[in-house]
Design a protein around this ligand. Structure first.
Ligand SMILES: Cc1cc2nc3c(=O)[nH]c(=O)nc-3n(C[C@H](O)[C@H](O)[C@H](O)COP(=O)(O)OP(=O)(O)OC[C@H]3O[C@@H](n4cnc5c(N)ncnc54)[C@H](O)[C@@H]3O)c2cc1C
Ligand SMILES: NC(=O)c1ccc[n+]([C@@H]2O[C@H](COP(=O)([O-])OP(=O)(O)OC[C@H]3O[C@@H](n4cnc5c(N)ncnc54)[C@H](OP(=O)(O)O)[C@@H]3O)[C@@H](O)[C@H]2O)c1
Length: 246
């Protein structure tokens, strides 16, 4: 592994804690859904963290979506970057949250919390989901509705893909028109998520990708297991593929 030197093209600020970095860097080969380590030098030490690509693989400008974790070694510094600043990008993207690892199905569910929506935005801007699944349900769960980033991009995808793309949002810490209340696992359990999506969770027809908060992965995995969906493994094909952000 070596480090490439990228340059910030834009730091898009969504809220006081959420930002997206667009980065010019030497070409990198990766699959939609993968991540790469990005780094800054802090007091003489290189501090690196994994970030999922938001951009699809053919886009020459890399994009990363981040949240400021108060007191975190890297994220507050990333949020302060401006156009022209340097950012190191590792030369070896990796990760298994990719459609190549996912069996065929009728419905592809993409369930995310917070910045966990990032890899799904990359996947949705490739052709594979639209060729392989009849419908795709993108679910984004955040604390406050103002954190529902990338709505412009998602609206454009909905225009392009019509009813094949369903978009369901959750706001857990305020009542927000148009968003479900509470958390994803409870809404799997009581049927609210399926009702909002107009699609069903079933072992015969569904593949589910989960990304973000590890507690959501655990709790949603349990709610899905109660519906007969089990973890997908290469050697024991199932229905649920996960990526934990911490
Ligand atoms: C495979 C993978 C992909 C990732 N992709 C992204 C991404 O696309 N965008 C992104 O913002 N982060 C992503 N992360 C998390 C990222 O690597 C860092 O942990 C995060 O940016 C915080 O870095 P830090 O050095 O400030 O704090 P850290 O010391 O790394 O984290 C401190 C604590 O902050 C919390 N935390 C970390 N990341 C998040 C998060 N994303 N949302 C909410 N709470 C968090 C956890 O409680 C963690 O223990 C990913 C992690 C992994 C393993
Ligand atoms: N978002 C903010 O307003 C804010 C502001 C300042 C700092 N921060 C910091 O930023 C970091 C990331 O915050 P974040 O809001 O992006 O991520 P987060 O804490 O992972 O929350 C994102 C969503 O995941 C939900 N969630 C948490 N545990 C779950 C579980 N077990 N099952 C299902 N859903 C679950 C949350 O619901 P609940 O709301 O019910 O937990 C919320 O809707 C944290 O370190 C935080 O301290 C956030």
């Amino acid at each position: 592994m070596s480090w490439l030197t990228g340059r910030i093209v834009e730091n898009r600020v969504w809220t006081d804690t959420l930002f997206s970095l667009r980065v010019e860097s030497p070409a990198l080969a990766f699959q939609a859904g993968q991540f790469v380590r990005i780094a800054l030098d802090v007091e003489g030490e290189r501090v690196a963290r994994a970030f999922s690509f938001v951009n699809p693989p053919e886009d020459p400008v890399l994009e990363f979506y981040g949240v400021i974790v108060p007191g975190g070694p890297l994220s507050p510094r990333l949020a302060r970057l401006r156009a022209g600043d340097a950012l190191y990008v590792a030369s070896n993207p990796a990760g298994f949250l990719v459609l190549r690892e996912v069996p065929d199905a009728r419905t592809l569910w993409l369930l995310s919390t917070g910045t966990g929506i990032a890899p799904f935005l990359s996947i949705l801007r490739t052709e594979a989901p639209w060729q392989r699944f009849r419908e795709v349900v993108l679910v984004h769960a955040v604390r406050h509705a103002r954190e529902l980033a990338y709505r412009d991009m998602i609206s454009a995808l909905q225009e392009q893909r019509g009813p094949a793309l369903r978009y369901v949002t959750f706001a857990s810490r305020e009542a927000a028109p148009g968003s479900l209340a509470g958390r994803i696992p409870a809404a799997i359990g009581d049927g609210r998520l399926e009702a909002a999506a107009g699609a069903r969770f079933s072992a015969e027809t569904s593949q589910v990708l989960l990304c973000g908060n590890p507690d959501m992965l655990k709790d949603a995995g349990a709610a899905l297991a109660a519906r007969g969906l089990r973890k997908h493994r290469r050697r024991a094909p199932g229905h649920v593929t996960t990526e934990s952000f911490w």
